[in-house]
Design a protein around this ligand. Structure first.
Ligand SMILES: C[S@@+](CC[C@H](N)C(=O)[O-])C[C@H]1O[C@@H](n2cnc3c(N)ncnc32)[C@H](O)[C@@H]1O
Length: 227
């Protein structure tokens, strides 16, 4: 299914990532793949949303939308922290699923919960599958730019390739469509804190914050909340 050649590289925290020579682009930060997933997505988005839960308004499980399933690392670190008090239905879109043989070369099972890792990758595409009582995954082979988006979204992991590599993923029109499926109080995080992206999201009605990036990585990342 994948359209690109992929090679494996070690990042600064010892976790591996994939590299696409044709695009000169990595799937994660070279400063630390696991550190990035844990900080930008798990902690600053999902766990932050859990910690700001408004019990009389929120409908659980939270519906989380990931743009770019990639290796499934963000999904796995999120599954590891989903609990009875903060369960999640995790919908992840991926246009070019990575072959399992390639994923095996990353050896993520030694860094994350190996049972969850396997279950997430064994889960069929196109179906909602319970991985734990508190974590349901729905992996969709879909093009974010043209296919219908799931609605009622509380958390967005915006993990597309960089704007310089895939500018069509970061346009005002694409973000407008994304915002239209987000609930009141929904939040989005991404590693890209460029002024241009902050302005696009602000114009669409989100409150945009620059927050500290992962240790050893980018100085700032972006969190945007729809009020
Ligand atoms: C930065 S990587 C995502 C890394 C991933 N979140 C992880 O935990 O490994 C970006 C992903 O977006 C996917 N992608 C590129 N264009 C897409 C599109 N139009 N729709 C959906 N996914 C797309 C790529 O194939 C790639 O897997």
């Amino acid at each position: 299914m994948q359209e690109f050649d992929l090679t494996m590289e070690l990042t600064d925290d010892g976790s591996a990532t994939l590299f696409i020579p044709q695009l000169n682009e990595h799937y994660h930060s070279v400063k630390g793949a696991l550190t990035e997933s844990n900080h930008i997505y798990r902690d600053c988005a999902f766990l932050h949303r859990c910690s700001t839960m408004t019990t009389n308004e929120d409908i659980l499980p939270y519906r989380l939308l990931e743009i770019g399933f990639g290796t499934g690392l963000n999904a796995c670190v999120t599954a590891m922290v989903a609990t009875e008090s903060c369960p999640v239905h995790y919908i992840s879109l991926e246009k070019y699923p990575v072959d399992n043989q390639v994923l095996e070369c990353l050896h993520y099972e030694s860094l994350v919960d190996a049972t969850l890792w396997k279950a997430i990758h064994d889960a069929p595409w196109g179906e909602a599958t319970h991985i734990t009582p508190y974590f349901v995954i729905e992996k969709r082979v879909a093009d974010y730019l043209v296919d219908p988006l799931p609605d009622g979204i509380d958390v967005v992991y915006f993990d597309a390739f960089a704007p310089e590599k895939q500018p069509e993923m970061w346009t005002s029109d694409a973000f407008r469509r994304l915002v239209s499926v987000m609930n009141h109080n929904a939040l989005l995080t991404t590693y890209c804190a460029k002024g241009e992206i902050r302005r696009l999201l602000t114009v669409l009605g989100l409150k945009v914050e620059r927050i500290a990036g992962p240790i050893g990585g980018k100085r700032e990342i972006l969190r945007a909340t729809l009020s």
